[in-house]
Design a protein around this ligand. Structure first.
Ligand SMILES: [Zn+2]
Length: 350
């Protein structure tokens, strides 16, 4: 990867951890499906073009114990039974012969990256994972996702002694699986921006968590068509103040690139620069409270050009602290509604 970078890229920019493995490409659909191996080719091109250096994390499979922190062990067993077979688990979600092994490798490699962040000198990371994870529920694969990579990693960080982990999910779809896994848990803050109404149908502003977890789930549903200015407003009014107040010790980003203006599955209108700006702003907060620990974890993104450009922009924003500024003055009723609910829920916990 480093050899593919332009010479100036080797001297500019900081160093980040990188998770990638050619085996992720073995999760492959029968016939056409938007969640396809070419997505990682595009993401890898974004990584190669970013002004950054990377230190690779050695991939490894997640253990049963690591998965059991967020998944029902019976579900993991049922999934294991599918190894070597191919077919559809629901109308959206396929398995090919090696998909189950690949999914375990994706989740475990992100766990390995969290360990490297806690134990080593590098705080920032990029994880090019397939299959994606944020729709995977405790007992069910769903929405192209088999195992919930980011949730497994957040639970692992907790087991390593971190008290507060923030997951910011800017994938255009609501991360229903991640929300469900930490619904009653104040030690993992879940903040999602997503197109609404849209698949999977969850993520209304009034979904704020329950019990001890009430207030630690923040949903910002956005009407179709919103662009950079809407996301800037949502970040400045809700996402950044909430994450900053939480003072996370690790920031994990469910980094989908399907809110891009080019994406064929969704109708939001983000430019590549927006991903750089969001990553820059979250990187600033990670530098403040999390000893710099922040990971961009690939979720969706189905236009290959947008995926490459968004990935590159996000990496550079996160690492350099520099990015284009976004337009202001655009708003969405969902932002005001989410702000009301977030205020109310946070008043209850603070
Ligand atoms: Zn998505």
């Amino acid at each position: 990867m480093i050899d593919e970078m332009a010479p100036e890229a080797r001297v500019r920019g900081a160093t980040a951890l990188l998770v990638d493995d050619p085996r992720f490409d073995r999760h492959a659909p029968i016939g056409h499906h938007p969640e396809r191996p070419e997505r990682l080719t595009a993401a890898r091109a974004g990584v190669a073009r970013a002004a950054a250096r990377f230190e690779r994390v050695t991939p490894r499979a997640a253990t049963d114990a690591e998965l059991a922190r967020v998944h029902d062990p019976r579900f993991v067993e049922r999934l294991a039974d599918l190894s070597g077979r191919e077919g559809y688990l629901d109308p959206d979600t396929y398995v090919s012969a090696q998909s189950v092994d690949v999914a375990r490798l994706a989740a475990g490699s992100l766990v390995a990256m969290v360990d490297a962040m806690i134990d080593g000198p590098l705080g920032k990371g990029v994880a090019l994972l397939r299959p994606p994870g944020h729709h995977a529920r405790p007992s069910r694969a769903m929405g192209f996702c088999l195992l919930n990579n980011i949730a497994v990693a957040a639970a692992h960080a907790r087991s390593r002694g971190l008290e507060r982990v923030a997951i910011v999910d800017w994938d255009v779809h609501h991360g229903n699986g991640t929300q469900e896994m930490f619904w009653r848990d104040p030690h993992v803050l879940y903040v999602s921006l997503h197109q609404s109404p849209f698949y999977p149908g969850t993520g209304n502003a009034d979904e704020v968590g329950e019990g001890d977890g009430r207030g630690y789930c923040v949903n910002v549903p956005l009407a179709a068509g919103g662009g950079d200015g809407v996301y800037a407003s949502a970040f400045e009014r809700i996402v950044l103040p909430v994450v900053e107040a939480y003072a996370p010790e690790l920031v994990l980003v469910s980094a989908g690139f399907d809110a891009s203006e080019r994406d064929p599955l969704a109708q939001m209108c983000l430019s590549p620069a927006a991903f750089g700006w969001m990553a820059r702003e979250l990187g600033r907060l990670a530098d403040g409270s999390a000893n710099g620990r922040m990971a961009l974890v690939l979720e969706g993104g189905y236009d290959l050009v947008a995926l490459e450009a968004g990935m590159r922009s996000a990496i550079e924003g996160m690492l350099s602290g520099r990015s284009a500024d976004l337009p202001r003055g655009q708003d969405d009723p969902g932002v005001a509604r989410a702000e009301q609910w977030a205020r109310k829920a946070w008043a209850a916990v603070s």
